[in-house]
Design a protein around this ligand. Structure first.
Ligand SMILES: Nc1ncnc2c1ncn2[C@@H]1O[C@H](COP(=O)(O)OP(=O)(O)OP(=O)(O)O)[C@@H](O)[C@H]1O
Ligand SMILES: [Mg+2]
Length: 287
């Protein structure tokens, strides 16, 4: 009986992943999936499929999602014009309700459903569940309303869901000591979570190839940065907009003992699998 070449190749590809599977078994990976790279459901489905595969081979992924475009879309549909100051969404009480509706009510269950549909087991959590993310109001010159920063992480709900065999999917809202709900930047929430969970990897999936030395030139990818270099890029203003919280979140995770942070292009098919199971590092690695 002759074995088809395609089957032989498939077997080879599987065995090539063995050292990585052995290395990562049991490890917690915090994956921040940016709203900007979510696009069509087809793309998000593929990313969630990668997560399901990772989970199946013993990695414990924790997803934190963004949702900038979905929040803006909901706001516009209800006649509210999104407004940003230094990259942060001005969030009055009514906007906070919409932020929660979009993130916890729409984006989060959408990702949970995509995981379930592909045979995985996911649980959606907001940063409020089990007191996961305690937040406090960001103080700035302009009053940003209910924009918060992470005050403390109480990771027990994540550990329980991982222990029970589920993939936790976390929406970046937090609760203040005052009981108010705060809108958090998902990069910061994910970085703090990666630190608190002692994650082995912190992966940020966005809509650019990684950190670029020239934001207008997609070929100017910086493939590796030390903590000091990342710090310097922030200080020199060489990153702007959405890349600022990403680098800061990576530094937070590294400072808390997470050995590696990666900023990768979520638009590349199977970017996660390439990053986790092959030698070909993609995007920017910070260590
Ligand atoms: N030096 C740089 N290198 C790469 N991207 C940069 C740089 N400076 C600024 N950026 C911007 O950062 C953006 C990514 O952050 P953004 O907040 O828009 O997306 P996201 O975090 O993936 O999604 P969300 O905020 O919805 O979670 C890029 O699209 C790019 O415009
Ligand atoms: Mg962002």
């Amino acid at each position: 009986m002759s074995i088809p070449d395609a089957a032989k190749l498939q077997a080879e590809v599987l065995i090539q992943a063995l050292p990585y599977i052995q290395k990562w078994r049991g490890a917690i990976f915090v994956v921040k999936y940016g709203g900007a790279a979510m696009g069509e459901n087809g793309l998000a489905a593929q990313v969630m499929q990668d997560i399901v595969l990772m989970h199946c081979v013993g990695i414990r992924p924790v997803i934190v999602h963004g949702g900038g475009p979905e929040i803006s879309d909901l706001m516009k549909r209800l006649g509210k014009q999104p407004q940003f100051v230094n990259g942060l969404r001005v969030t009055d009480a009514e906007t906070m309700e919409l932020v929660e509706m979009a993130l916890t009510g729409k984006t989060n269950p959408r990702l949970v459903a995509l995981i379930q549909q592909q045979g995985g087991r996911a649980v959606g959590l907001s940063g409020k569940d089990g007191g996961l993310i305690r937040a406090r109001k960001i103080q700035s010159e302009v009053d940003l309303g209910f924009v918060g920063e992470v005050d403390a992480i109480e990771p027990s709900i994540i550990l329980s869901t991982l222990e029970a065999g589920y993939i936790p999917v976390v929406s970046p809202v937090g609760m203040g000591a005052d009981g108010a709900t705060y809108n958090l930047n998902a990069d910061f929430a994910a970085g703090a979570l990666a630190g608190a969970l002692g994650a082995t990897k912190f992966i940020l999936m966005t809509d650019v190839p990684g950190v670029l030395s020239d934001p207008d030139d997609p070929t100017s990818l910086i493939s590796e940065l030390t903590r000091e270099q990342a710090q310097r890029m922030l200080e020199n203003g060489r990153v702007s907009g959405g890349m600022i919280p990403k680098l800061q979140a990576c530094l937070t995770a590294l400072e808390s003992g997470c050995p590696r942070a990666h900023i990768i292009d979520g638009r590349i098919p199977h970017a996660l699998l390439i990053e986790v199971f092959t030698d070909a590092g993609i995007g920017t690695m910070i260590r």
